[in-house]
Design a binder for this molecule. Structure first.
Ligand SMILES: [Zn+2]
Length: 111
């Protein structure tokens, strides 16, 4: 596994991070932890979105993990490699590993 080099932000990154923050707010409003995430393809289309769901008792209900699972089932290798995962906070080790295993591209997070 190789670690890709850091690259400067792209103009549309803030747009997708705003969607993540809105999803995080939705999660917080219903008693979950405030995390939201979207998966965006190379053309800039949101393919999938999700928010934290640990309030139901399953501590693995992170949106980033759900996106990794969906990408593994729904996208081919090239689509995963060229996609970007945006999230409202830095990935936890579980979600970082999941995205590495499915071979996704960039990860962009708000801090
Ligand atoms: Zn996580």
């Amino acid at each position: 596994m190789t670690v890709p080099p850091l690259e400067p932000p792209r103009p549309r990154d803030q747009v997708f991070l705003r969607v993540c923050v809105d999803l995080a707010r939705e999660a917080l409003d219903v008693g979950d932890e405030p995390f939201g995430s979207v998966l965006v393809d190379a053309a800039g289309e949101i393919l999938r979105r999700g928010r934290n769901g640990v309030g139901g008792g399953d501590a693995t209900q992170h949106p980033e993990l759900a996106l990794a699972r969906w990408a593994s089932e729904s996208l081919d290798v090239e689509q995963r490699r060229t996609s970007t995962v945006y999230t409202s906070g830095e990935h936890c080790p579980m979600c970082s590993a999941a995205h590495a295993w499915v071979g996704r591209g960039r990860i962009v997070y708000a801090a």
